[in-house]
Design a protein around this ligand. Structure first.
Ligand code: NI
Length: 169
């Protein structure tokens, strides 16, 4: 397994769109393992999308459990039902140290393939629902800041730049 490097905003590769996985083979399983290792290395990240590690295939890894013991592998995801609206504070490992509230569907039903290529459906609400929608956006080159007003986007990017200067000092 290997820890992959994570792209950070404003890297243009975060705008790439991911292609469907045609076959879940050993190469795909290795990517999934590397993505889990990369996600678990980050202390407070509940999800990671392949686009964030510059692999343009439709693959996500998630774990919303507190003890990080419930890995969820998501390949070629589709949302097949949505209900309601929720607004939660979101962050993103590609935007270190900044957060904001985003509107998302409250409850969703997702269909995907697991690490063995087996199809499954998952009903999700609250944090898991937010996580799936946030990570699926990445597969289409969409970032959580795209859901915010221009004013909020500008503020958030300024804060991100300030955090980086502080990190360099
Ligand atoms: Ni993200």
């Amino acid at each position: 397994m290997a820890i992959l490097s994570i792209l950070e905003y404003p890297d243009k590769r975060l705008r790439n769109k991911a292609l469907p996985v045609s076959e879940v083979d050993s190469n795909v399983r290795r990517i999934v393992d590397d993505m889990f290792e990369t996600m678990y290395e980050q202390s407070n990240t509940v999800g990671l999308a392949s686009i964030q590690v510059n692999i343009p295939l439709r693959i996500l890894v998630m774990d919303i459990s507190e003890d990080r013991s419930s890995p969820i592998c998501v390949i070629n995801p589709e949302i097949i039902a949505r209900e309601g609206i929720q607004q939660e504070v979101e962050g993103c490992v590609s935007f270190p140290g900044v957060w904001d509230k985003v509107d998302r569907s409250a409850k969703i039903c997702m269909r995907a393939l697991d690490q063995n290529g087996k199809p499954y459906e998952l009903n999700a609400e609250e944090l898991l629902s937010v996580c799936i929608q946030h990570e699926m956006d990445h597969l289409d080159g969409v970032l959580f800041v795209d859901h915010l007003s221009r004013l909020k986007q500008t503020r958030l990017v300024k804060k991100l730049q300030k955090n980086r200067l502080r990190a360099v000092e």
